[in-house]
Design a protein around this ligand. Structure first.
Ligand code: DAH
Length: 335
């Protein structure tokens, strides 16, 4: 009996020694230590032995069982350790990190600055009614100003908003006056796409309504905003403009940062970029929201966030921003 047990043990250890795969070791372990193993049969047959025999064979069987269990478990640990450490831990896990989109970075930056300047952030729908996008802004049907913004009209009677100005009347009707809000968002125009034009881009609207608000307040806020955005005094110029929802209206241009004012395709060789149109809110727009025009005046402006991102990152083709090519967009990093 003793020899049989010894031979069984040696046979198991020899077989185990030749194995290197986890699955093979587990099979071998089942063969020698499982329910249907020879060792188990021997343990079960202990009861048929004499008391004297039991005293010798019993401990021997238990010891053998323990020894084999240890051998199998050690082998399994050894194999698992090899698996875990069989790679170069110094290799970087991923060579590229993700990054925010340049327009997202700029939109957040400008919104944060405006929040610090006391503006509350409001939002409105991208799918909008003609009323909020045009009529409430003093642009009735057949008004020639509608041609300035080629519009996507939807089958459901709505349109894709062409400007964040659509949020002006929403905000006035919701909060009344006095009011100081900004509203960043995506806008859509049926434009032919080229290096300077996209059918989808981003703006941020600013609007202040209070007593005694004048053009000086508008110019002061726009200049302060640009200084904060560019971390420097940027050269700006104010020109008369035309928008049905402001009177008087202005165009605030800033010196083109892509070419340094020398002239390039982005600024149409003028050295200037239209960046921030605005003006004093037309009384018709205020009246549309039941704001007392004897008491309150206000200004509004619309800053082109996409254009700002192009200037900041010196991107001279607007299509880069919408083509989803991470090789181009990824270079701007997370700020
Ligand atoms: N919504 C105009 C546009 O997209 C820009 C604009 C002009 C916004 C004058 C204003 C404003 O708030 O007062 O072209």
């Amino acid at each position: 009996m003793k020899e049989k047990i010894e031979a069984l043990k040696n046979g198991a250890l020899k077989e185990l020694n030749n194995l290197s795969k986890e699955a093979d070791v587990l099979n071998c372990k089942a063969k020698y230590l499982g329910k249907k193993s020879e060792l188990n049969d021997l343990l079960a047959s202990l009861k048929n032995l004499t008391v004297e025999e039991k005293k010798v064979i019993g401990p021997l069987l238990n010891e053998t069982k323990k020894e084999l269990e240890n051998a199998f478990n050690n082998k399994l640990t050894e194999i698992n350790n090899q698996i875990n450490y069989n790679f170069d831990e110094t290799l970087p896990v991923c060579s590229k990190t993700g990054s925010l989109h340049p327009v997202t970075i700029v939109a957040k930056e400008v919104t944060d600055i405006m929040k610090r300047m006391g503006f509350t952030v409001v939002s409105g729908p991208e799918m909008e009614t003609e009323y909020y996008n045009f009529e409430a802004l003093n642009v009735p049907k057949n008004h020639p100003a509608r041609d300035m913004q080629d519009t996507y009209y939807l089958d459901n009677g709505l349109l894709l908003r062409t400007q964040t100005s659509s949020n002006q009347v929403h905000a006035m009707q919701k909060y009344g006056a006095p009011l100081k809000v900004c509203s960043p968002g995506r806008v859509f125009r049926n434009e032919d796409i080229d290096a300077n034009h996209e059918n989808t881009f981003f703006q941020i609207e600013g609007m202040v309504i209070d007593e005694n608000i004048s053009v000086s307040n508008l110019v002061y806020v726009m200049r302060s905003l640009l200084r904060e955005i560019f971390h420097q005094d940027v050269k700006v110029r104010l020109r008369p403009g035309y928008f049905p929802f402001t009177e008087p209206s202005f165009e605030l241009d800033c010196s083109c940062l892509i070419c340094g004012g020398k002239g390039c395709p982005t600024c149409k060789n003028s050295g200037w970029l239209e960046l921030c149109p605005g003006g004093m809110i037309h009384p018709n727009v205020l009246k549309e929201s039941n704001i007392d025009t004897d008491k309150y005046t206000g200004f509004a402006f619309g800053l082109g966030l996409t254009r700002l991102a192009m200037m900041k990152y010196k991107i001279n083709d607007i299509r880069v921003l919408n083509n989803g090519d991470v090789r181009e967009l990824g270079q701007f990093g997370i700020e």
